[in-house]
Design a protein around this ligand. Structure first.
Ligand code: NAP
Length: 331
């Protein structure tokens, strides 16, 4: 099968290339998927670039242990392992290979059956694949952790990214009044998702605002936590949700890890700081799909690349300029 392989850390166009790999082995409980679409998420560019460097402690120090990137997936079932009862050859499915060895930037990928769901016909493969990690994050943050309710004031920092656009839509559908923080060029896009206000971060610092918010989902963590907490309402909560950007010398080594670590530590003592980490199960995928089918969220696709241009797709995400999801169409 054709797959995009990574042999070293570096710029996506230097270290990612198309190669022929053996068909992955299907173990008990696994499903082999003929991939039709996958999408690019933060962990993909982080492992390709090997930044923040500190994360190499987990991925492999001199080169990544796993050679194929990608977790989100949508496609057709090609084969099933022993014990797979929920899916049969030919089913259209979507899900995530999170924590599996085999990545999805490939023609075939292996995913445990517990991380898959049948794809409804109304949803394209591109939409299904691109909503998995970003959508699960938005649902976890906005609905489950922040418990957004009608009338709440919600601020989304990084409102124009794959996670941000879905979070804006979900908070609006739950009855919140939403402020999106993005650059001027993405203001119309964020307002079109139902935000009532946009703060252009190139002109105004939301942490200096006189306004107060009940929920702040921080997908950028470009401000110290204490400054973000200053603009919370008396019962407000902040959800730091980013490994940050890897710009500058120190940024390439640490990025937002110190800020996330501090937030994690403080969350043990303060009910006003909450970290929204996701889990992928058939239940969380079903909850996401229900919201999409109810019209609460619709993924916004920025660009779609063919498999052989996966390096360009990852480079686009790494630029931190993607407005919505970056998709790789495989078929
Ligand atoms: N908790 C989890 O399990 C989980 C899962 C997935 C993702 N995440 C986190 O979610 C974060 C967001 O990911 P994403 O996929 O949405 O993509 P992203 O690549 O972080 O978002 C790109 C967007 O961010 C905007 N942006 C860049 N700098 C900004 C700034 N200083 N202030 C406000 N907006 C800025 C860009 O708009 P402009 O071009 O207009 O600047 C662009 O539209 C990531 O940091 C990731 O670590 C967490």
């Amino acid at each position: 099968m054709r797959a995009i392989v990574q042999t070293a850390y570096g710029t996506p166009t230097e270290v990612l290339s198309l190669a022929d790999l053996p068909v992955p082995t299907v173990a008990d409980g696994d499903v082999l998927i003929r991939v039709r679409a996958t999408s690019v998420n933060t962990p993909d560019w982080a492992v390709v670039s090997g930044t923040p460097t500190l994360m190499r402690l987990g991925f492999g120090w001199s080169k990544p242990r796993a050679t194929v990137r990608g977790t989100d997936v949508a496609g057709f079932v090609e084969a099933v392992g022993a014990g797979v009862t929920e899916f049969a050859v030919g089913d259209a499915v979507f899900g995530s290979s999170l924590d599996s060895v085999a990545g999805t930037f490939a023609e075939l990928a292996v995913v445990p059956q517990g991380r898959l769901l049948r794809k409804p016909e109304a949803l394209s493969f591109e939409e299904a694949a691109s909503m998995v990690m970003s959508g699960l994050t938005a649902v976890r943050a906005i609905r489950d952790v922040a418990q957004v309710r009608p009338g709440m004031k919600v601020l989304i920092n990084g409102a124009s990214g794959g996670v941000g656009l879905l979070a804006v839509q979900l908070a609006v559908s739950l009855g919140a009044e939403v402020t999106g923080v993005c650059s001027g060029r993405n203001a119309e896009l964020v307002l079109a998702q139902g935000a009532t206000q946009v703060i252009d971060y190139t002109r105004e610092d939301f942490t200096e605002s006189e306004q107060r918010w009940d929920v702040i989902l921080d997908n950028v963590i470009n401000h110290p936590l204490r400054r973000v907490m200053k603009v919370l309402s008396p019962t407000g909560v902040v959800l730091p949700n980013s490994i940050g950007q890897t710009t500058g010398r120190l940024g390439r080594v640490l990025a937002g890890i110190p800020r996330m670590a501090l937030a994690g530590l403080m969350s043990l003592f303060s009910r006003r700081i909450k970290l929204p980490s996701i889990t992928v199960t058939t239940e969380t995928l079903q909850a996401l799909l229900d919201l999409v089918e109810d019209g609460a969220m619709k993924v916004v696709i920025d660009r779609t690349y063919p498999l052989d241009q996966a390096p360009q797709a990852v480079a686009h995400m790494l630029s931190h300029r993607a407005a919505g999801k970056v998709v790789i169409a495989v078929a």
